[in-house]
Write a protein that binds this ligand. Sequence first.
Ligand SMILES: *Cc1c(COP(=O)(O)O)cnc(C)c1O
Length: 392
Amino acid sequence: MPSHFPPPAYGEPYLLTPGPLTTAYSVKQAMLRDWGSWDGDFRAMTAELRRQLLALAGDVDGSFDCVPMQGSGSFAVEAMLASFLPRDGKALVLANGAYGQRAAQTLRYLGRDHVVIDKGDYLPPRGDEVAAALDADPAISHVVAIHCETSSGILNPIEEISRAVYARGRKLLVDSMSAFGALPLDIGTIRYEAMVSSANKCIEGVPGFGFVIARKSELEAAAGRSHSLSLDVHAQWAYMNKTGQWRFTPPTHVVAAFMEALRLHAEEGGVAGRGARYARNRDVMVAGMRELGFETLLSDRWLSPIIVTFFNPAHPAFDFQRFYDLMKAKGFIIYPGKLTVVESFRIGCIGHMDEHVMRRVVEAAAAALAEMGVDSAAPPAAAIAERAKLAA
Ligand SMILES: *Cc1c(COP(=O)(O)O)cnc(C)c1O
């Protein structure tokens, strides 16, 4: 059966990276037109974009709204934190990797009081720890959680975290950047006040804007809170509702591309369809890599269908830069790891590609190892010892 996922349009390599990622040809093609940002056609597109994203989040009763924000995902995270955490509030940040650390760093810039539960490189923050931290500090008003921590690929237990937060009468803000659109974050199932994601992750658009999906009562309460004119979610929301326009120049081509990406997302069966393809991508890729002797950092329970961390092989002939260059020459851009203790690399499962592509990724990895003279991809003992901590 021919693949529905032909190779990237211009002979460029597949991006096995969690955004920017490989996009469909029709998504790129949608950018071949210029739009007037004030014009009715573009305003209609913005309204439709907001409507479709709200539907994806499962807003059935109209109690939430969607506010697109210019910039990369981190701009939207900063906008969310500055707008929904009151100036006299206090946040508990659940960190287990680079994006949790970045959320804490953002709060430092914002001068907002916060504490961090730092689980290191990849251990999941659990509901009972969150509950204990909230019991110990009544000043904490909000919890900030990362849905999929893209630096290790761990899928954090967001439902469990949400239950702990609301059982103690606090509020949850979610960075679902690399999960939304492929993993369920349904308003009716998982309670939260606001979440953010961006155009260039699981919806498979190109980079240029993020979006906040928030409870309308929280949006109203956010008036006047932001430290920043351009990152003020309430101001963007109010202006957009009044005029149909973005406050400042919108990334028009990116929005047009995103509409096509949303169309493909719906055609694939929405969140369930997208998530199922990514899960197949992961399963085929991980099984193949394990056959070559590679081992994953995480046990299957915590492996997200977004990106997977593998330990570098212990073999003395293995060199990551060489491996990277060989993989690129075979058409695949992989990602360096972000662990502090042991060396690793990552392979993304998201983007416009299917399991047939993932089989070729494994073949390319096998060929690259052979070219390097690496006959075993087994990791060093230190890596296995590190991983044992996770199982404990
Ligand atoms: C991609 C990502 C971000 C945003 O990163 P940008 O480089 O600013 O787009 C934030 N959080 C998570 C979990 C991400 O995966």
